[in-house]
Structures are given as structure tokens and as C-alpha cells.
Design a protein around this ligand. Structure first.
Ligand SMILES: Nc1ncnc2c1ncn2[C@@H]1O[C@H](COP(=O)(O)OP(=O)(O)OP(=O)(O)O)[C@@H](O)[C@H]1O
Ligand SMILES: [Mg+2]
Length: 516
């Protein structure tokens, strides 16, 4: 549950605001790009670009909002603003950044971008050489985007050239870096040093952490990629000198106790069988489990699967995942076989797809909402329908009312169409109200009737607030003081607005998911 105050810690234990760390990273990438484009015949500035940031589809609204705010801080949308230093940690919240040129930034969902890329490039391949194609143009497909940190799965149906997203995002954290983490665990076992604690304590903390990072994320990484490409049958990790010095004896002892590993000339060798079972095994299983559960959850499972992302596109992962999908597909009673295809450049699927999406966002006609969204409201108390705990007497209405009702716009899993918005109408709760605070709530649960429990404790999450002036100069009765609340769920970010019938005035939310 991230918010503006979420902190991250560096190696050396220093703390920073996560949002500022992201802002610095975005700024760094932006500067690289601008630097590349500023020396040509037609130099380009920051504001010449439409920016697209890709996020995993399983991120909730808060995560997306954090990315957007980090982009504002990084000066992606203005020429002037840029982050130059970290704010010292304190108890006062970070200020909300200015929303300048918000339309110049959009957030693309990674599996959707990967899907768009896969479908369009594969369609082109088929069109180019129809007789040589393994499949005919698929109109239903499932995309598995396996990256470094996450596995994201989405299922699409193509209708008249447009795309309908079939599922609520499905995913888990069995990305490629988990292979590195499995290697780290194996190494801890070999040298008999859980958490590498003895090594870390043996010298300068930061330096030793950097050494471990080098082993796991540089030396092992290179070997992992070669193994994944099918270019090597075993793993040979060269260990940095200071780790060798410290672990010399432990390494010699450790490899004796474990079959399939050897140590010679500062290099740790791991044979194919151990690499497969201990390092790649659990991660491949994570991808397979996630995919099979997606197949179960999606009605009418398609027979085309795209495997994208740099991890998903590697030869070894395809070799292991493909037969597992095929077996499961057939076990579900399908008489045909399914195809598990890797698109032309799987590692660029998300980035290229995000650009395709930005050029043609209308391509997506509908998506499933990832949570239940609604507002709180009150209505006449009905003893057959309502819970006594929420009953109160209203002087203005001269009767019993039921409070805390969760008035739902869309329930998790429902289809939100691109050309459709959901509107509901409220009136102020009392005659004397001239300003309304309309909170927008969400919950991952289904079937929630009230926003609070019997003890008046909030059981849904506040994700935004509309503040609307509702003056009443002509002393109209409550029922004529209508306010329409409209929510649009079809895009990648949720938008809300409220309109007061009496004045015609409208407010939009800065759906501020992070302050609450
Ligand atoms: N040939 C290969 N064999 C094994 N792993 C590979 C290979 N090539 C790339 N990887 C792994 O793929 C991962 C990176 O994939 P990708 O670039 O798709 O991730 P990402 O988009 O940065 O992460 P995420 O999608 O989780 O946010 C890394 O863990 C990398 O080690
Ligand atoms: Mg990715």
C-alpha cells in the first residue's frame, strides 16, 4: 500500500521517499533521451514529447498515481521543473506536485502493450507468408508477460479490429530476478552463511553489500542469460576476490557436501541438473502456476498464447512453459492443440507496444475493472433491507434513514466499455449544506453493502474526493438539489467528476489516491 510517504532504504541504511527515487530515475532516463535528440537538425525538447509510462496491470490505482506524480516531479511535462535533491525525511507529508500538462502523460498497462505488440507483429508475419504460418490470424489470445520482477497475464478478444480485455489482471512475482534470488539462497547454503551475515559483518557494510550484488546481479546474471539462451549447459560464476578470501574454506567444504556444484580457481560451477531444479525450477513453476490459474479463470480459453518479456522470450523458459500449457489445455477437454508463440523481439514487446497504444488508444474497447468502486450514501431506512446498526433519524427528511450505504458504480470483474461512463445522482444530506465532500471508495471484495462495519469503522479504502459547492440561494427542497457523479473506468486511470444541477457547475477529481 504505497503512498507519498513510503520510504525506501539504500544499502547503507539511508532512507529516502520512494516517489522521489522514482522521480530521479525518470529524470535520468528523460535526460538521456533528450540528450540524444537535442543535437540533431531539429532538436527536440521535453515538452515536444507525449510520454507513456508502462506499469504492471496488477498495480492498483495508488501505484499508478504514484508514477504519475513522480513524472510531474521529474519534469517530464514541463521545461522548468526538475527534482534536484532528496527531501529530508520528516513527519510532514510531501506536497502534492502541480498537475501541469497532465494530458501529455499516459500510463499504459504492460500486458496490454505486450499484447498489442504481439498481436500486430504476429498478424504481419502471417500476412507476409500465409502458407508458412503456424497459425491463422488469432482473434482470441492470452499474453504472458514475464519480466524481471513480475508475471502479468491478460486475455484479449478482437472484435471488428478492436480489443476487449477479458480478465481482471492476473499476475505474480515470479519474474527473472527470482532466479538470481534462488542462486543467492544456494550460495548461502554452500558457504553456510545464512543471509551472508558473517560476510557482511566482516568488513565495511556498503562495500560487502556491493560485492554480494556484483556476484548475484552481475556475474551470475551473465551466466543465467547464456543458460537461458541455450548457449551454455552449466553455470560458472567468477567470485570477486574479497568474497573468495573470506569464503575460501567454506566454499571448499560446501561443494563437497552438495552434488552438482564445484569450486575451482575462484569460480563456482553449477551443473545443468542443479541449475534446472534449484535455480530455474521454482521460477518456471511460478509462471506455469499463474498461467494455469489464468486458464481456469478465463471463460472459453483461447488457443493462442503469446510469451513475451525478456524472461518469457528466452529459449529455456519457452521450452519449459510451452509443454505445460499444452498439456493443461488438452486436459481441459479441448480437441485442438494450442500454440505458445514468442513474438519477434520479446524483450521490446512492452516498450514498442506502449508506443502503438499511445498512437491508437481507441483500439481498446473495454476492460474488466480491477476492484469494486463506489461512493457512500444514505437512503430511507427499510427494515427488510437495512441493518439497524446504520439507522439514524433525519430532521431534514423527517424519517429514519440508513447511512453508510456503499453505492457501487462498478463491481470488480465487470466490463467497463470505452464509450461508457457510470453516473449516479445524490442530494446533499442536509438543508443547510452548501458544500459537499463526495468520497470515492474502493475494495477488492465483492458484495460489500456498507462502507462501515457495525462499529462505524471504515471497511473500504478512500481513493479520492470530489469537493463541490452546492449553494441554495432560492431555498429549493433537498430533492431538487441534485448532484450527478460520473465515473469513467475505461481508461488506464480512473476519472471522476460531479455536477450540481442548480448551478450547472462541474468539478473533476484529481483522483488523489496517495493522500488517504
Ligand atoms: N536469455 C535469458 N535467460 C534468462 N533470463 C533472461 C534472459 N534474457 C533476459 N532475462 C531476464 O529477464 C528479466 C528482464 O525482463 P524484462 O526486460 O522483460 O523485465 P522488465 O520489464 O524490466 O520487468 P517487469 O516487467 O517485471 O517490470 C531479467 O531478470 C533478465 O535476467
Ligand atoms: Mg516488463
Amino acid at each position: 500500500n504505497v503512498d507519498r510517504q513510503t520510504l525506501v532504504e539504500s544499502f547503507s541504511g539511508e532512507k529516502f521517499y520512494l516517489i522521489e527515487v522514482i522521480a530521479f530515475i525518470l529524470q535520468y532516463l528523460k535526460d538521456l533521451l533528450i540528450d540524444h535528440h537535442c543535437r540533431g537538425a531539429t532538436p527536440l525538447k521535453t515538452t515536444d514529447f507525449d510520454w507513456v509510462i508502462t506499469v504492471p496491470a496488477i498495480w492498483d490505482a495508488r501505484g499508478k498515481r504514484m508514477m504519475r506524480e513522480a513524472a510531474y516531479m521529474a519534469g517530464l511535462l514541463t521545461e522548468s521543473k526538475r527534482i534536484s535533491e532528496f527531501t529530508p525525511i520528516s513527519s510532514s507529508p510531501l506536497p502534492v506536485p502541480d498537475e501541469v500538462n497532465p494530458d501529455k502523460l499516459s500510463l499504459a498497462l504492460e500486458p496490454e502493450a505486450a499484447a498489442l505488440y504481439s498481436q500486430e507483429t504476429v498478424a504481419e508475419q502471417i500476412k507476409g507468408q500465409p502458407s508458412a504460418a503456424a497459425i491463422s490470424h488469432p482473434t482470441e489470445y492470452l499474453v504472458i508477460d514475464a519480466g524481471g520482477g513480475t508475471i502479468d497475464i491478460t486475455a484479449h478478444v478482437e472484435v471488428d479490429g478492436a480489443i476487449v480485455v477479458q480478465n481482471v489482471p492476473i499476475g505474480n512475482a515470479w519474474g527473472g530476478t527470482q532466479v538470481n534470488e534462488e542462486f543467492s539462497k544456494l550460495l548461502q547454503k554452500i558457504v553456510n552463511d545464512p543471509g551472508f551475515e558473517k560476510f557482511i559483518a566482516s568488513g565495511e557494510y556498503t562495500k560487502n553489500q556491493a560485492t554480494l550484488n556484483k556476484i548475484v546481479y552481475n556475474e551470475f546474471e551473465k551466466q543465467k542469460v547464456l543458460f537461458g539462451q541455450g548457449k551454455m549447459e552449466e553455470i560458472a560464476v567468477e567470485l570477486p576476490i574479497n568474497s573468495v578470501k573470506f569464503y575460501e574454506e567454506a566454499l571448499a567444504e560446501g561443494v563437497k557436501k552438495m552434488s552438482g556444484v564445484e569450486y575451482e580457481d575462484d569460480t563456482l560451477y553449477i551443473n545443468k541438473s542443479v541449475t534446472e531444479s534449484k535455480l530455474f525450477g521454482p521460477v518456471i513453476q511460478g509462471i506455469i502456476d499463474c498461467t494455469l490459474s489464468a486458464i481456469d479463470k478465463i471463460d472459453n480459453c483461447p488457443n493462442t498464447f503469446y510469451l513475451a518479456g525478456a524472461f518469457g522470450g528466452c529459449k529455456y523458459v519457452h521450452e519449459k512453459v510451452s509443454p505445460a500449457i499444452k498439456r493443461y489445455y488438452q486436459s481441459k477437454g479441448h480437441t485442438d492443440t494450442c500454440s505458445v508463440l514468442v513474438p519477434p523481439t520479446p524483450h521490446l514487446a512492452v516498450a514498442t507496444g506502449a508506443v502503438m497504444w499511445r498512437k491508437n488508444p481507441e483500439k481498446f474497447k473495454a476492460r474488466r475493472v480491477d476492484a469494486t468502486y463506489g461512493i457512500g450514501s444514505a437512503t430511507t431506512f427499510d427494515p427488510k433491507k437495512h441493518d439497524e446498526a446504520h439507522k439514524y433519524y433525519s430532521e431534514d427528511h423527517k424519517k429514519d434513514r440508513c447511512n453508510h450505504i456503499f453505492r457501487i458504480f462498478l463491481e470488480k470483474g465487470e466490463l467497463a466499455k470505452a464509450d461508457e461512463v457510470v453516473t449516479t445522482t445524490l442530494t446533499p444530506s442536509r438543508e443547510d449544506k452548501t458544500i459537499m465532500y463526495i468520497r470515492i471508495y474502493s475494495t477488492p471484495q465483492l458484495g460489500i453493502q456498507y462502507i462501515k462495519d457495525e462499529n462505524k469503522k471504515l471497511i473500504v479504502t478512500i481513493i479520492g474526493e470530489l469537493v463541490l459547492d452546492v449553494p441554495n440561494p432560492d431555498n429549493l427542497p433537498l430533492r431538487q438539489r441534485k448532484v450527478d457523479i460520473t465515473m469513467d473506468f475505461s481508461g488506464t486511470e480512473i476519472q471522476a467528476k460531479a455536477r450540481y444541477h442548480v448551478t450547472g457547475k462541474e468539478v473533476k477529481t484529481v483522483c488523489d489516491f496517495l493522500s488517504t
